[in-house]
Design a protein around this ligand. Sequence first.
Ligand code: UD1
Length: 416
Amino acid sequence: MDKLKITGGRPLEGEVRISGAKNAALPIMCAALLTAKPLVLTNVPLLRDVSTMGKLLAEMGVRVERSDDRVTLNATAIAEPTAAYELVKTMRASVLVLGPLLARCGRAKVSLPGGCAIGARPVDQHVKGLEAMGATIAVEHGYMHASARRLQGARIVMDMVTVTGTENLMMAAALAEGETLLENAAREPEVLDLARCLAAMGAKIEGAGSDAIRVVGVRSLGGAEHAVMPDRIETGTYLAAAAATGGKVRLSGTEPDSLDATLDKLRESGARIRVGESFIELESEERPNAVSVRTAPYPGFATDMQAQFMALATVARGTALITETIFENRFMHALELQRLGADIRLEGNTAIVTGVERLQGAKVMATDLRASAGLVIAGLVAEGDTVVDRIYHLDRGYEALETKLSALGARVVRVS
Ligand code: UD1
């Protein structure tokens, strides 16, 4: 199994280009199920989750063609509206096919995703919303069996903010009869990017990006061409890595407006930041100051940036409180960071991190995608060699990680 060997101690310096956002590409690929016409996507990142989604759609009869960053999806006919456990268990975002399949085919059979390393991840809000739109959903042998005549518009108030839940219901509503109001909707930029793609396909959507989304269903949707938005989490990860190592980087092809909370926290840590329309420059000479973060739905501080900021805190001046409010078990990286010499105390959903002058390289194990990113950052600042095991997690969400880090001067190699 592949491992990443990092020889730490060098500041990151140079420029890299940010890839398309994984969390926007996945729902947008599912939107292809809503139309018999081709959906052409550009700026699609080359990632394992994206190829998993491609496979899942191909199993249903969607023609998926890729060349470089361009993916063409053709769902002329859907042979089998089923998402099997074998693929769903490797990627929870697979549940995003449920709404579109139901809207287009009137039935769907989708495996329940089950738990994952960061905690229980139920889909009750997806189900509740679709039922409000007239679907019947029964769980049998680990599968959701959903059926509906034509979905009906409804007013749906979600119990909590859920990103993929909002996306699933927005896609279903696009083909429903009448008007759907989604309240307490997720405001994540990826929801807005999906709405833009759906609008280009002919959907009638207002308010995406706010907590109240109004969708007026149409009979059918057409094809479209859409460029996937840049990955704000990848951007934030390189920024945190540069801040932790005392580096100077320029990230191009990004969307600074989607990173307000992260940029504020980095400034608080002492980094100097300059932003243009599509680039961010960060410079940090000194050891960073400790900054506390509390995760929250967008526009709050992203849970997907929590592990990277914990890594930053391990070498900061002072003590930081890292509070996780979205997932109940998203501190697996804390124990691995301790193996590198970090001073971390866990109290419920808060990690109390007191910075040390230097971490020491060691063997560590990646537990989930963003936890792995935290370990990589720690490896970059640690003295000597850090070997991160199970990096298949990183391949799910970071395009060309070693290449990009090497371009920034890091000593990183993949070893088998
Ligand atoms: C998405 C992101 C993921 C990110 C997360 C939170 C994608 C593909 N993934 O995941 O990277 O970490 O948002 O920003 O976009 N919940 C329920 N019932 C539901 C749905 C969610 O209880 O039906 C709970 C979850 O357990 C969690 C919280 O709501 O505690 C937020 O989860 P949600 O926003 O749904 O996460 P995902 O959409 O799966």
